[in-house]
Design a protein around this ligand. Sequence first.
Ligand code: PMP
Length: 283
Amino acid sequence: MARIAYVNGAYTPLKDAFVHIEDRGYQFADGIYEVVVRVGGRFWDLDGHLARWSRSLKELSIAEPMSERALRLIIHRLVEKNRLGDCYIYMQATRGVAPRNHTFPLEGTRPSLVMTVKPLDMNKLNANAQKGISVITEPDIRWDRVDIKSVGLLANTLAKENAKKAGSGEAWLVRDGKITEGGSSNAWIVDKSGALITHPLGHEILGGVTRQAVIACAEKLQIRVIERAFSVDEAENASEAFITSATNLVTPVTAIDGVKIGGGKPGTVALRLREAYIAYNAG
Ligand code: PMP
């Protein structure tokens, strides 16, 4: 079945889904996005993703393209129209279409809203997690407001491309000697006492919706969480490491720049958290 996209009010075959060349998302990366997964008929952490969606828009003074209720309706409709079970939902809003000019367009320019969906293979994700991934470190050359989920992801794509070339699953970004986060995930280590360490919220990382849920899961499991920056050296000497994101859930990291972590095997704390996170969403 041909895939259907949502583009500014219309459900369109994906192959015909276009935006105008003067869309500010295309010319200035002047827009934001969210990725949500739907597994077992449930949208995981949809409330959290929609809250961050609104926050990102607000931080950039982009008007909400529509009410949250209408947005939820479109998400549901798009999944239905594509007759998908488990899937990823990608949603993006930009400041809209206007003659190219750095300053904001005239009042009344409507923001653009597009949405696409694609199938998700939970078995593949689980197999990936059982094996774990390796990561490489890359300099964090991004701007100073990466807490906004902007579509300006050039630095992330360059880092992730280097990771791919190195045969790794993620790039951990390093700023002032500290790991901030991954190219498209949050970064965690487990110290010798079994406590979790992850970079604190702020302008230097994206506040992951999964990160927040995993903190709640850890508290339930009585695992201590310390929100502080950690160095590459600390990471290489950690008992375990893992990443979190809506698309990778909790995925163990077994090596950093070729240095094995936890004997090069997925750690038990990471796998427990993964299970807890899945149970938290499965309801
Ligand atoms: N950091 C970055 C840079 C990301 O792109 C993502 C994935 N969107 C995350 C962290 C994790 O966020 P979430 O758990 O909300 O998917």
